[in-house]
Write a protein that binds this ligand. Structure first.
Ligand code: IMP
Length: 205
């Protein structure tokens, strides 16, 4: 089965590929569809953004499409950066600038005020316009400085609940087990397994 991934984020593509490794699913990226329009993330929720991206890519490509929208919600910042996580420090800001802004905003906060969660909503859309969504959460705390070099985004400042290491200090498989995206992907995987026959090795992979 071919599924188009509606993302250009290489790290996300790797995470998705790891969960489906060994199954009869072949992921295509947007690079396989020149001229594919950029979809503006102008929804008010992670779910609205994920659905919009998946539905428009499924319509354009005529294939099943998967899109995710994800981000970090900090309790003391009333859910910020939330859907604006990728551009928290401004349009075009890189991961480091976003993290620095977050640490600045949280200066002086202690204990429960450093609690946060990652959210990931994955939408799968069919070429006929039908879609389904799956959401995963990872609860944790924001550290006072960046630690570790793995992963991306806010990983160096996020310690999942019960751990004293950040996602950026974990191996990829440790992060997959605990992460919002790993959890949403597992729900998607169970759905696909029940709907279609994706079990067994695919030599094309
Ligand atoms: P989008 O889902 O591509 O719109 O952007 C989500 C943004 O949220 C990313 O650019 C990161 O800043 C942040 N984010 C989402 N998932 C993760 C994660 O697993 N680790 C670290 N940061 C993340």
């Amino acid at each position: 089965m071919n599924i188009v991934l509606a993302t250009r984020n290489r790290k996300k593509v790797e995470e998705i590929g790891r969960v489906f490794k060994g199954y009869k699913v072949r992921f295509l990226t947007l690079d396989a569809f020149p001229g594919c329009p950029e979809v503006e993330e102008d929804g008010a929720t992670f779910r609205q953004n994920a659905v919009k991206k998946a539905v428009s890519i499924a319509e354009f490509t005529g294939c099943l499409a998967i899109a995710d929208d994800s981000g970090l919600e900090v309790r003391a910042l009333r859910g910020a950066p939330g859907i604006f996580s990728a551009r928290y420090a401004g349009e075009g800001a890189d991961d480091r600038k976003n993290r620095m802004k977050l640490l600045r905003q949280m200066r002086g906060l202690e204990g429960v005020d450093r609690e946060a969660r990652f959210v990931c909503c994955i939408a799968i859309a069919f070429p006929d316009g039908r879609y389904k969504t799956f959401t995963g959460y990872a609860k944790g705390n924001i550290g006072k400085k960046s630690k570790g070099f793995n992963g991306f985004g806010y990983d160096p400042v996020f310690c999942p609940a019960g751990y004293d290491r950040t996602f950026a200090q974990m191996t990829a498989s440790e992060k997959d087990r605990l992460s919002h995206r790993g959890k949403a992907l597992k729900k998607l995987y169970i759905y696909l397994k029940n709907q279609f026959s994706i079990h067994g090795r695919n030599d094309l992979l």
